[in-house]
Design a protein around this ligand. Structure first.
Ligand SMILES: *[C@@H]1O[C@H](CO)[C@@H](O)[C@H](O)[C@H]1NC(C)=O
Ligand SMILES: *[C@@H]1O[C@H](CO)[C@@H](O)[C@H](O)[C@H]1NC(C)=O
Ligand SMILES: *[C@@H]1O[C@H](CO)[C@@H](O)[C@H](O)[C@H]1NC(C)=O
Ligand SMILES: *[C@@H]1O[C@H](CO)[C@@H](O)[C@H](O)[C@H]1NC(C)=O
Ligand SMILES: *[C@@H]1O[C@H](CO)[C@@H](O)[C@H](O)[C@H]1NC(C)=O
Ligand SMILES: *[C@@H]1O[C@H](CO)[C@@H](O)[C@H](O)[C@H]1NC(C)=O
Ligand SMILES: *[C@@H]1O[C@H](CO)[C@@H](O)[C@H](O)[C@H]1NC(C)=O
Length: 332
């Protein structure tokens, strides 16, 4: 590629006061581009436009644009061009895409699947026959950062069976497909409520519905994101702390259980019959005791009526009295 020499010569010619009359107005050669910061693995769209002196160019000539990595001098690697047959640096192939509207002064650049070594300065050059050939002194600076993890936002005061919104925030990429974001726990995937809500230029916000259960306590919640068709995948995991107040159904269902067995008439009948039989047994026992006491008193009266000489000992048992009485009878 002969660009560096051309640039040098053209630069000298165009800036040299001797040739000022021959050359066109260099002030018409301007380029507007902003420094770009992009995360590794993502895609970035870098807006760019430029102007040139139309007097230097034939209206029928094609305008070619070139993006070089590093400076514009000393055979820098070419990363993107609309000129057919040029050799693109190997690691830039199919990743650096120059706008199709270069002819209209559009030098916008897309970088797909950004790599760490894309970090650095870039120089744009235009060529339109016969004399509009210019390397712009305005440099594009690209900074590559490590890809951020998704950020998960939700109320830390989780209560079983109380719905909460889980918001997952991921960096935006310039792929046509938006990033695919999902959130899940052991129990399953969450339903996406809304995406892009309150999203910013740099980030995408997705809101998910989540109703934690007691089983989610001390379990992981994971939000993950994938970009483009690539294997770029990032996830963030948080440990859940689910509180379950006393009014939760787990406890109330236990309280309801006796209510259900009251539903069974047979067991109620058994209970009533059981109570009745206890009362009957108690009455029978009392009756037996009363009858026995009555009989005992009667026998003692009988004994007194025999007018025995021997007075029964006060501590003697009814059995003793009976035996004494029998002795008296046999001896009498
Ligand atoms: C180039 O872009 C800048 C900022 O984006 C804008 O102010 C300017 O008007 C544009 N120039 C042309 C020629 O499109
Ligand atoms: C420049 O080109 C890009 C890609 O082709 C396009 O998205 C963008 O809208 C163009 N910019 C202008 C100012 O036309
Ligand atoms: C969840 O977010 C929606 C809007 O996306 C809002 O209407 C709703 O009140 C939120 N729910 C809770 C529990 O914060
Ligand atoms: C959750 O989502 C993943 C990926 O979308 C899918 O493979 C998996 O079957 C889903 N699981 C459930 C329980 O829906
Ligand atoms: C939660 O995830 C971490 C890794 O992020 C893992 O080490 C831990 O075992 C997980 N805990 C549970 C309860 O699954
Ligand atoms: C995604 O895949 C399609 C078809 O497989 C391809 O045309 C496209 O260039 C790919 N995009 C990226 C960003 O790799
Ligand atoms: C429990 O009992 C109450 C009133 O006695 C009744 O209204 C309710 O339906 C019962 N619940 C069940 C689950 O049987």
């Amino acid at each position: 590629m002969g660009y560096p020499l051309e640039i040098l010569v053209f630069g000298l010619l165009s800036t040299g006061p001797l040739w000022a009359g021959v050359q066109c107005d260099i002030n018409l050669y301007k380029l507007y581009v902003q420094p770009a910061t992009v995360q590794e693995g993502l895609c970035v769209f870098i807006p760019c436009n430029f102007t040139y002196d139309p007097n230097d160019a034939s209206s029928t000539a094609t305008l070619y644009g070139y993006w070089f990595k590093g400076g514009c001098f000393n055979s820098p690697p070419l990363v993107a061009t609309n000129k057919p047959g040029e050799t693109i640096a190997e690691n830039a192939q199919n990743r650096f895409i120059l706008s199709e509207e270069v002819e209209q002064g559009n030098c916008s650049l897309v970088i797909n699947d950004v790599q760490n070594n894309d970090d650095g300065d870039y120089c744009f050059r235009m060529e339109k026959e016969p004399k509009a050939k210019w390397s712009f002194k305005e440099i594009l600076k690209v900074t590559v950062k490590e890809l951020e993890d998704p950020v998960i936002h939700f109320s830390r005061n989780l209560q079983a069976n109380h719905h909460v919104n889980i918001t997952c925030i991921v960096p935006r990429s310039c792929y046509l497909k938006p990033p695919r974001i999902s959130c899940k726990t052991m129990a399953g995937n969450f339903t996406l409520r809304a995406s892009e809500e309150q999203s910013s230029d740099s980030h995408v916000h997705s809101v998910f519905d989540f109703t934690p259960s007691v089983a989610d306590n001390k379990q992981n919640l994971t939000c993950a994101v994938t970009y483009g068709n690539t294997s770029i995948y990032k996830e963030t995991t948080v440990l859940l702390n689910v509180k379950y107040p006393p009014q939760t159904p787990v406890i109330s269902s236990e309280l309801r259980r006796p209510n259900k067995t009251s539903d069974k008439p047979t067991s109620a009948l058994f209970a009533v019959m059981g109570a009745l039989s206890v009362i009957v047994v108690v009455i029978l026992i009392i009756a037996v005791i009363l009858i026995f006491k009555k009989y005992q008193r009667k026998s003692m009266i009988d004994m007194e009526s025999h007018k025995t000489l021997q007075t029964p000992r006060s501590d003697s048992s009814p059995n003793d009295q009976i035996s004494q009485q029998m002795v008296l009878c046999t001896s009498g």
